[in-house]
Write a protein that binds this ligand. Sequence first.
Ligand SMILES: [Zn+2]
Length: 172
Amino acid sequence: MRKDVRKFGTSDKRGRSSTNADPFLPHEGTKEGSLCTSCNAGYHQKRWTTDVDICRQLQAQSAPHRVICPACQKIAANYPEGIVTLTGSYLWEHEAEIQQILKNEESKAFARNPQERIIRMTKGDGRLIIETTEEKLAEHLGRVLHRSHRGELKINWTGNPEICRVSWERML
Ligand SMILES: [Zn+2]
């Protein structure tokens, strides 16, 4: 059964034909030594990094290849691959603390892998929604919250490209 295939634009052709997930990963791959003009991450040994020494070296190249990294493209296009929905009265009583946990986890994730980022947090209808560039970050945020504040956690993976939907609720 095909459920919840992500539509991007008006046609769902890409969702059907593409077996390989991420529309923001260029087919030809990213050039070694590329630098993101938006977040300053550098591409080194097939991964994005914020390592200060590596990024400094990359910036010192005679003609650095300047690109927008996939995470910055997803943020600009508002294209989440992870969606965390928080609900319950407990959330609003501990909102500041919970927001702080989410922000701390985002900074840690960014240091580890600059492709893992929070796109935005929105509040409304009794829910706090956190959208992330990578599925794994959404799952991680849910698990951290569950560990530190218990509550009820549900994690669902759907679609192609895969989206991780996490819901967490605590009433009291
Ligand atoms: Zn970037």
